[in-house]
Design a protein around this ligand. Structure first.
Ligand SMILES: Nc1ncnc2c1ncn2[C@@H]1O[C@H](COP(=O)(O)OP(=O)(O)OP(=O)(O)O)[C@@H](O)[C@H]1O
Ligand SMILES: [Mg+2]
Length: 387
Protein backbone atom coordinates (compact mmCIF):
# COMPACT_ATOMS: atom_id res chain seq x y z
CA UNK A 1 0.00 0.00 0.00
CA UNK A 2 1.39 3.36 -1.04
CA UNK A 3 0.01 6.00 1.31
CA UNK A 4 2.11 9.01 0.33
CA UNK A 5 -0.27 11.49 1.96
CA UNK A 6 -1.36 11.88 5.57
CA UNK A 7 -4.81 13.28 4.89
CA UNK A 8 -7.11 13.13 1.87
CA UNK A 9 -10.10 15.41 1.23
CA UNK A 10 -13.16 14.49 -0.77
CA UNK A 11 -13.81 17.89 -2.32
CA UNK A 12 -11.42 20.74 -3.06
CA UNK A 13 -13.41 23.87 -2.20
CA UNK A 14 -12.73 26.50 0.44
CA UNK A 15 -13.44 24.19 3.40
CA UNK A 16 -10.85 21.68 2.21
CA UNK A 17 -8.43 24.53 1.40
CA UNK A 18 -8.61 26.05 4.89
CA UNK A 19 -8.39 22.59 6.50
CA UNK A 20 -5.31 21.84 4.38
CA UNK A 21 -3.73 25.11 5.53
CA UNK A 22 -4.26 24.01 9.15
CA UNK A 23 -2.89 20.52 8.37
CA UNK A 24 0.21 21.99 6.71
CA UNK A 25 0.92 23.87 9.94
CA UNK A 26 1.18 20.41 11.58
CA UNK A 27 3.43 19.28 8.69
CA UNK A 28 0.82 16.95 7.25
CA UNK A 29 0.82 16.28 3.52
CA UNK A 30 -2.63 16.53 1.98
CA UNK A 31 -4.35 15.53 -1.25
CA UNK A 32 -7.80 16.58 -2.50
CA UNK A 33 -10.21 15.21 -5.10
CA UNK A 34 -12.59 17.54 -6.94
CA UNK A 35 -14.29 17.67 -10.36
CA UNK A 36 -12.62 21.04 -11.01
CA UNK A 37 -9.07 21.26 -12.35
CA UNK A 38 -8.16 24.50 -10.59
CA UNK A 39 -9.81 24.62 -7.16
CA UNK A 40 -9.21 26.55 -3.92
CA UNK A 41 -7.35 23.45 -2.64
CA UNK A 42 -5.36 22.70 -5.79
CA UNK A 43 -3.78 26.16 -5.50
CA UNK A 44 -2.07 25.20 -2.22
CA UNK A 45 -1.58 21.39 -2.28
CA UNK A 46 -1.50 18.40 -4.64
CA UNK A 47 -4.90 17.46 -6.06
CA UNK A 48 -6.71 14.94 -8.22
CA UNK A 49 -9.38 15.81 -10.75
CA UNK A 50 -12.41 13.53 -10.85
CA UNK A 51 -16.10 13.20 -10.08
CA UNK A 52 -16.89 12.57 -6.42
CA UNK A 53 -19.68 10.22 -7.52
CA UNK A 54 -17.16 7.94 -9.27
CA UNK A 55 -16.02 5.12 -6.92
CA UNK A 56 -12.86 4.56 -8.96
CA UNK A 57 -11.79 8.20 -8.56
CA UNK A 58 -12.65 8.20 -4.86
CA UNK A 59 -10.67 4.96 -4.46
CA UNK A 60 -7.72 6.60 -6.22
CA UNK A 61 -7.63 9.22 -3.43
CA UNK A 62 -8.27 6.73 -0.63
CA UNK A 63 -5.41 4.45 -1.71
CA UNK A 64 -2.92 7.31 -1.44
CA UNK A 65 -3.94 8.70 1.96
CA UNK A 66 -3.60 7.41 5.51
CA UNK A 67 -6.71 9.25 6.73
CA UNK A 68 -9.68 10.55 4.75
CA UNK A 69 -12.24 13.25 5.44
CA UNK A 70 -14.72 15.30 3.47
CA UNK A 71 -15.78 18.88 2.93
CA UNK A 72 -19.40 18.29 1.97
CA UNK A 73 -22.00 15.71 2.93
CA UNK A 74 -23.36 15.04 -0.54
CA UNK A 75 -21.13 12.21 -1.76
CA UNK A 76 -23.38 9.13 -1.67
CA UNK A 77 -22.36 6.77 1.14
CA UNK A 78 -22.72 3.91 -1.33
CA UNK A 79 -20.02 5.47 -3.53
CA UNK A 80 -17.64 5.73 -0.59
CA UNK A 81 -18.35 2.12 0.45
CA UNK A 82 -17.59 0.90 -3.09
CA UNK A 83 -14.42 2.99 -3.16
CA UNK A 84 -13.25 1.49 0.14
CA UNK A 85 -13.67 -2.00 -1.30
CA UNK A 86 -11.74 -1.06 -4.46
CA UNK A 87 -8.99 0.53 -2.34
CA UNK A 88 -9.04 -2.41 0.10
CA UNK A 89 -9.31 -0.08 3.07
CA UNK A 90 -11.24 -0.26 6.33
CA UNK A 91 -14.05 2.34 6.82
CA UNK A 92 -12.32 3.43 10.03
CA UNK A 93 -9.90 5.53 7.92
CA UNK A 94 -12.76 7.99 7.22
CA UNK A 95 -14.15 10.64 9.53
CA UNK A 96 -17.11 11.19 9.88
CA UNK A 97 -18.37 7.60 10.06
CA UNK A 98 -20.44 6.38 7.14
CA UNK A 99 -23.49 5.52 9.28
CA UNK A 100 -23.55 9.10 10.60
CA UNK A 101 -23.08 10.45 7.08
CA UNK A 102 -26.01 8.36 5.76
CA UNK A 103 -28.30 9.74 8.47
CA UNK A 104 -27.25 13.34 7.85
CA UNK A 105 -27.59 13.06 4.07
CA UNK A 106 -31.34 12.51 4.42
CA UNK A 107 -33.00 15.43 6.24
CA UNK A 108 -35.92 13.17 7.19
CA UNK A 109 -33.68 10.47 8.72
CA UNK A 110 -31.89 13.29 10.58
CA UNK A 111 -35.16 14.51 12.11
CA UNK A 112 -36.11 10.94 13.04
CA UNK A 113 -32.75 10.43 14.75
CA UNK A 114 -33.28 13.57 16.87
CA UNK A 115 -36.79 12.42 17.82
CA UNK A 116 -35.58 8.95 18.78
CA UNK A 117 -32.84 10.47 20.97
CA UNK A 118 -35.18 13.02 22.57
CA UNK A 119 -33.30 15.99 21.09
CA UNK A 120 -35.86 18.74 20.28
CA UNK A 121 -36.23 19.57 16.57
CA UNK A 122 -39.13 20.72 14.34
CA UNK A 123 -41.76 18.09 13.58
CA UNK A 124 -41.32 16.70 10.04
CA UNK A 125 -43.00 14.07 7.84
CA UNK A 126 -42.35 12.65 4.37
CA UNK A 127 -44.39 14.14 1.51
CA UNK A 128 -45.95 11.05 -0.06
CA UNK A 129 -49.16 10.03 -1.87
CA UNK A 130 -51.57 12.96 -2.30
CA UNK A 131 -49.84 14.78 0.61
CA UNK A 132 -53.10 15.04 2.60
CA UNK A 133 -51.60 13.21 5.59
CA UNK A 134 -48.61 15.55 5.73
CA UNK A 135 -50.84 18.61 5.43
CA UNK A 136 -53.10 17.33 8.21
CA UNK A 137 -50.16 16.50 10.47
CA UNK A 138 -48.00 19.61 9.96
CA UNK A 139 -50.57 22.28 9.02
CA UNK A 140 -49.80 25.77 7.73
CA UNK A 141 -47.47 27.58 7.68
CA UNK A 142 -45.06 24.77 6.78
CA UNK A 143 -41.58 24.48 5.33
CA UNK A 144 -40.93 22.11 2.41
CA UNK A 145 -37.47 20.64 2.13
CA UNK A 146 -35.68 18.40 -0.34
CA UNK A 147 -34.59 15.38 1.69
CA UNK A 148 -31.27 15.14 -0.18
CA UNK A 149 -28.72 17.60 -1.50
CA UNK A 150 -30.08 20.96 -0.26
CA UNK A 151 -27.63 23.76 0.58
CA UNK A 152 -27.78 27.56 0.86
CA UNK A 153 -31.57 27.23 0.94
CA UNK A 154 -31.68 25.74 -2.56
CA UNK A 155 -33.89 22.85 -1.39
CA UNK A 156 -36.12 24.93 0.93
CA UNK A 157 -39.58 26.38 0.14
CA UNK A 158 -42.25 28.00 2.31
CA UNK A 159 -45.94 27.14 2.10
CA UNK A 160 -47.89 29.57 4.26
CA UNK A 161 -51.26 28.49 2.83
CA UNK A 162 -52.81 25.66 0.84
CA UNK A 163 -52.67 27.92 -2.26
CA UNK A 164 -48.96 28.45 -1.82
CA UNK A 165 -48.49 24.71 -1.28
CA UNK A 166 -50.19 24.08 -4.64
CA UNK A 167 -47.63 26.27 -6.43
CA UNK A 168 -44.89 23.93 -5.17
CA UNK A 169 -46.71 20.74 -6.17
CA UNK A 170 -44.85 20.26 -9.51
CA UNK A 171 -41.55 20.44 -7.63
CA UNK A 172 -42.46 18.09 -4.79
CA UNK A 173 -44.11 15.68 -7.25
CA UNK A 174 -40.55 14.95 -8.38
CA UNK A 175 -40.18 13.02 -5.12
CA UNK A 176 -38.15 12.94 -1.90
CA UNK A 177 -39.46 16.06 -0.19
CA UNK A 178 -40.52 16.49 3.42
CA UNK A 179 -42.86 18.91 5.18
CA UNK A 180 -41.94 20.36 8.55
CA UNK A 181 -43.46 22.83 10.93
CA UNK A 182 -42.51 26.47 10.44
CA UNK A 183 -40.54 27.67 13.47
CA UNK A 184 -41.14 31.33 14.43
CA UNK A 185 -37.60 31.59 15.78
CA UNK A 186 -36.15 34.61 17.57
CA UNK A 187 -32.75 34.07 15.98
CA UNK A 188 -30.55 31.41 14.40
CA UNK A 189 -27.56 30.02 16.25
CA UNK A 190 -24.71 27.69 15.37
CA UNK A 191 -22.28 25.65 17.46
CA UNK A 192 -19.21 23.75 16.30
CA UNK A 193 -19.09 20.47 18.23
CA UNK A 194 -16.07 18.16 18.37
CA UNK A 195 -16.34 14.58 19.52
CA UNK A 196 -13.78 11.79 19.66
CA UNK A 197 -13.85 8.54 21.63
CA UNK A 198 -12.38 10.39 24.62
CA UNK A 199 -13.16 14.11 24.20
CA UNK A 200 -16.36 16.03 23.56
CA UNK A 201 -16.79 19.79 23.58
CA UNK A 202 -18.00 22.90 21.83
CA UNK A 203 -16.80 26.14 20.37
CA UNK A 204 -18.85 29.16 21.55
CA UNK A 205 -22.47 29.50 20.48
CA UNK A 206 -22.63 32.00 17.62
CA UNK A 207 -25.54 33.96 16.19
CA UNK A 208 -25.89 33.74 12.43
CA UNK A 209 -27.69 36.08 10.06
CA UNK A 210 -28.82 34.66 6.73
CA UNK A 211 -29.53 36.84 3.70
CA UNK A 212 -31.41 35.12 0.85
CA UNK A 213 -30.78 31.83 2.69
CA UNK A 214 -27.00 32.34 2.58
CA UNK A 215 -24.97 32.92 5.74
CA UNK A 216 -24.04 36.61 5.84
CA UNK A 217 -22.69 37.35 9.34
CA UNK A 218 -21.59 35.30 12.35
CA UNK A 219 -20.92 36.85 15.78
CA UNK A 220 -20.95 35.82 19.47
CA UNK A 221 -24.51 35.16 20.65
CA UNK A 222 -24.15 35.70 24.39
CA UNK A 223 -26.01 32.45 25.01
CA UNK A 224 -24.96 28.81 25.35
CA UNK A 225 -26.62 26.11 23.26
CA UNK A 226 -23.82 23.58 23.84
CA UNK A 227 -26.00 20.94 25.53
CA UNK A 228 -28.55 20.93 22.67
CA UNK A 229 -25.77 20.87 20.06
CA UNK A 230 -23.96 17.95 21.71
CA UNK A 231 -27.26 16.05 21.96
CA UNK A 232 -27.73 16.51 18.21
CA UNK A 233 -24.31 15.01 17.48
CA UNK A 234 -24.90 12.13 19.88
CA UNK A 235 -28.28 11.49 18.23
CA UNK A 236 -26.57 10.75 14.90
CA UNK A 237 -23.75 8.87 16.68
CA UNK A 238 -21.33 11.41 15.29
CA UNK A 239 -17.56 11.43 15.79
CA UNK A 240 -15.51 14.21 14.26
CA UNK A 241 -16.27 17.92 13.81
CA UNK A 242 -19.87 19.06 13.31
CA UNK A 243 -21.55 22.39 12.62
CA UNK A 244 -24.90 22.32 14.41
CA UNK A 245 -27.51 24.88 13.29
CA UNK A 246 -30.20 25.73 15.84
CA UNK A 247 -33.27 27.92 16.23
CA UNK A 248 -33.63 29.94 19.42
CA UNK A 249 -37.27 30.46 20.40
CA UNK A 250 -38.75 33.46 22.25
CA UNK A 251 -38.95 31.18 25.31
CA UNK A 252 -35.16 30.74 25.19
CA UNK A 253 -35.51 27.06 24.20
CA UNK A 254 -33.45 25.63 21.36
CA UNK A 255 -34.59 23.46 18.43
CA UNK A 256 -32.08 21.66 16.21
CA UNK A 257 -32.31 22.66 12.56
CA UNK A 258 -29.58 20.54 11.00
CA UNK A 259 -26.03 19.24 11.27
CA UNK A 260 -23.11 19.51 8.85
CA UNK A 261 -20.46 16.78 9.47
CA UNK A 262 -17.46 19.01 8.68
CA UNK A 263 -16.07 22.52 9.20
CA UNK A 264 -18.85 25.05 8.75
CA UNK A 265 -19.12 28.65 7.60
CA UNK A 266 -20.22 29.64 11.12
CA UNK A 267 -16.85 28.45 12.51
CA UNK A 268 -14.60 30.54 10.22
CA UNK A 269 -14.18 33.23 12.91
CA UNK A 270 -12.03 30.74 14.85
CA UNK A 271 -9.16 31.20 12.35
CA UNK A 272 -8.42 34.55 13.97
CA UNK A 273 -9.77 34.41 17.52
CA UNK A 274 -6.44 33.43 19.09
CA UNK A 275 -7.38 29.86 20.06
CA UNK A 276 -7.52 26.64 18.08
CA UNK A 277 -9.41 26.99 14.80
CA UNK A 278 -12.22 24.70 13.69
CA UNK A 279 -9.96 23.64 10.83
CA UNK A 280 -7.13 22.46 13.04
CA UNK A 281 -9.62 20.71 15.35
CA UNK A 282 -11.04 18.95 12.28
CA UNK A 283 -7.57 17.85 11.18
CA UNK A 284 -6.74 16.63 14.69
CA UNK A 285 -9.95 14.59 14.82
CA UNK A 286 -9.40 13.13 11.36
CA UNK A 287 -5.84 12.08 12.23
CA UNK A 288 -6.64 10.87 15.78
CA UNK A 289 -4.67 13.57 17.60
CA UNK A 290 -5.74 15.12 20.90
CA UNK A 291 -8.23 18.01 20.56
CA UNK A 292 -7.55 21.41 22.14
CA UNK A 293 -10.09 23.21 24.32
CA UNK A 294 -11.44 26.05 22.17
CA UNK A 295 -10.96 29.43 23.84
CA UNK A 296 -10.44 32.80 22.19
CA UNK A 297 -11.57 36.38 22.03
CA UNK A 298 -14.84 37.68 20.62
CA UNK A 299 -14.63 37.63 16.84
CA UNK A 300 -17.11 38.40 14.05
CA UNK A 301 -17.07 36.97 10.53
CA UNK A 302 -18.72 38.43 7.45
CA UNK A 303 -18.91 36.61 4.13
CA UNK A 304 -17.94 38.12 0.80
CA UNK A 305 -20.22 36.89 -1.96
CA UNK A 306 -19.40 37.05 -5.64
CA UNK A 307 -20.44 39.91 -7.92
CA UNK A 308 -20.89 40.12 -11.65
CA UNK A 309 -17.51 41.22 -13.04
CA UNK A 310 -16.92 42.65 -16.53
CA UNK A 311 -16.49 39.75 -18.97
CA UNK A 312 -12.88 38.80 -19.46
CA UNK A 313 -11.90 39.44 -15.83
CA UNK A 314 -11.77 36.77 -13.18
CA UNK A 315 -10.26 36.34 -9.76
CA UNK A 316 -7.46 34.08 -10.87
CA UNK A 317 -5.84 36.76 -13.01
CA UNK A 318 -6.79 39.65 -10.77
CA UNK A 319 -5.17 38.31 -7.59
CA UNK A 320 -1.69 37.45 -8.81
CA UNK A 321 0.08 40.62 -9.74
CA UNK A 322 3.21 42.43 -8.67
CA UNK A 323 1.87 45.81 -9.69
CA UNK A 324 2.45 48.83 -7.47
CA UNK A 325 -0.59 49.65 -5.32
CA UNK A 326 -1.86 52.44 -7.56
CA UNK A 327 -1.98 50.17 -10.62
CA UNK A 328 -3.91 47.36 -8.99
CA UNK A 329 -7.30 46.26 -10.22
CA UNK A 330 -10.10 43.94 -9.17
CA UNK A 331 -9.57 41.95 -6.00
CA UNK A 332 -6.02 43.26 -5.65
CA UNK A 333 -7.28 46.82 -5.47
CA UNK A 334 -10.17 45.96 -3.15
CA UNK A 335 -7.89 44.06 -0.76
CA UNK A 336 -5.45 46.97 -0.69
CA UNK A 337 -8.26 49.42 0.03
CA UNK A 338 -9.74 47.17 2.72
CA UNK A 339 -6.43 46.90 4.56
CA UNK A 340 -5.69 50.62 4.11
CA UNK A 341 -8.92 51.56 5.89
CA UNK A 342 -9.17 48.56 8.26
CA UNK A 343 -5.66 47.36 8.98
CA UNK A 344 -6.92 45.07 11.79
CA UNK A 345 -9.09 43.05 9.35
CA UNK A 346 -8.19 39.41 8.69
CA UNK A 347 -8.92 38.92 5.00
CA UNK A 348 -9.46 35.38 3.64
CA UNK A 349 -9.82 34.75 -0.08
CA UNK A 350 -10.51 31.34 -1.59
CA UNK A 351 -8.89 31.80 -5.02
CA UNK A 352 -11.98 30.66 -6.95
CA UNK A 353 -11.47 30.94 -10.67
CA UNK A 354 -14.76 32.72 -11.29
CA UNK A 355 -16.89 35.24 -9.42
CA UNK A 356 -20.62 34.56 -9.60
CA UNK A 357 -23.37 36.45 -7.75
CA UNK A 358 -24.15 34.65 -4.49
CA UNK A 359 -21.02 32.47 -4.61
CA UNK A 360 -18.90 32.42 -1.46
CA UNK A 361 -15.59 34.04 -2.52
CA UNK A 362 -13.97 34.92 0.81
CA UNK A 363 -14.61 36.31 4.27
CA UNK A 364 -13.35 38.86 6.78
CA UNK A 365 -12.75 38.22 10.49
CA UNK A 366 -12.42 41.03 13.02
CA UNK A 367 -11.86 40.56 16.78
CA UNK A 368 -12.41 42.68 19.85
CA UNK A 369 -14.98 45.17 21.06
CA UNK A 370 -17.72 46.10 18.59
CA UNK A 371 -16.35 43.49 16.17
CA UNK A 372 -19.66 43.11 14.33
CA UNK A 373 -19.94 46.76 13.28
CA UNK A 374 -16.26 46.93 12.41
CA UNK A 375 -16.49 43.78 10.28
CA UNK A 376 -19.51 45.17 8.42
CA UNK A 377 -17.67 48.43 7.77
CA UNK A 378 -14.60 46.55 6.55
CA UNK A 379 -16.67 44.51 4.11
CA UNK A 380 -18.36 47.68 2.85
CA UNK A 381 -14.96 49.17 2.14
CA UNK A 382 -13.91 46.03 0.21
CA UNK A 383 -17.11 45.87 -1.82
CA UNK A 384 -17.00 49.54 -2.78
CA UNK A 385 -13.56 48.98 -4.32
CA UNK A 386 -14.18 45.59 -5.97
CA UNK A 387 -15.19 46.05 -9.58
N1 LIG B 1 -38.63 24.77 10.04
C1 LIG B 1 -38.21 25.99 9.73
N2 LIG B 1 -38.88 27.09 10.17
C2 LIG B 1 -38.49 28.34 9.83
N3 LIG B 1 -37.43 28.60 9.05
C3 LIG B 1 -36.70 27.58 8.58
C4 LIG B 1 -37.05 26.21 8.91
N4 LIG B 1 -36.16 25.40 8.32
C5 LIG B 1 -35.30 26.19 7.66
N5 LIG B 1 -35.60 27.50 7.81
C6 LIG B 1 -34.87 28.65 7.25
O1 LIG B 1 -34.30 28.26 6.02
C7 LIG B 1 -32.86 28.27 6.07
C8 LIG B 1 -32.30 27.12 5.26
O2 LIG B 1 -32.78 25.89 5.79
P1 LIG B 1 -31.80 24.65 6.00
O3 LIG B 1 -30.72 25.07 6.90
O4 LIG B 1 -32.62 23.50 6.44
O5 LIG B 1 -31.37 24.42 4.50
P2 LIG B 1 -29.97 24.24 3.78
O6 LIG B 1 -30.16 24.79 2.42
O7 LIG B 1 -29.55 22.84 3.93
O8 LIG B 1 -29.03 25.13 4.65
P3 LIG B 1 -27.60 25.74 4.48
O9 LIG B 1 -27.84 27.15 4.04
O10 LIG B 1 -27.14 25.66 5.90
O11 LIG B 1 -26.82 24.94 3.51
C9 LIG B 1 -32.55 28.20 7.57
O12 LIG B 1 -31.29 28.75 7.85
C10 LIG B 1 -33.70 29.02 8.15
O13 LIG B 1 -33.46 30.41 7.99
MG1 LIG C 1 -28.79 25.13 7.03
Amino acid sequence: MNQSYDLGFLGGGQLARMSIMAAQKLDFHCLSLDPGKVTPSSLIAPSLQGELSDPEKVAHLIIQCKYITLENEFIPVQTIRQALIIADRDPSCIIPGLGTLATIQDKLLQRQAYDAYGAPSPKAVALEGDYSNAIAEIGFPMVLKARFGGYDGKGTRYARTQEEFETHRPLIDQGNWLAEEFVPFKRELAVMVYRSQTQTGCFPTMETVQVNHVCDQVFPSGTDASAAAIAAVEAVQGYGLFGVELFELESGDFLINEIAPRPHNTGHYSQDWGGISQFEQHVRLATHLTCATPVGQETCMVNILGIELPSGTNEANATHTNSPLEERTGVDFARAELLRHHSEANFHWYGKAESRPGRKMGHINISGPDCRNRALAARQSFLESWK
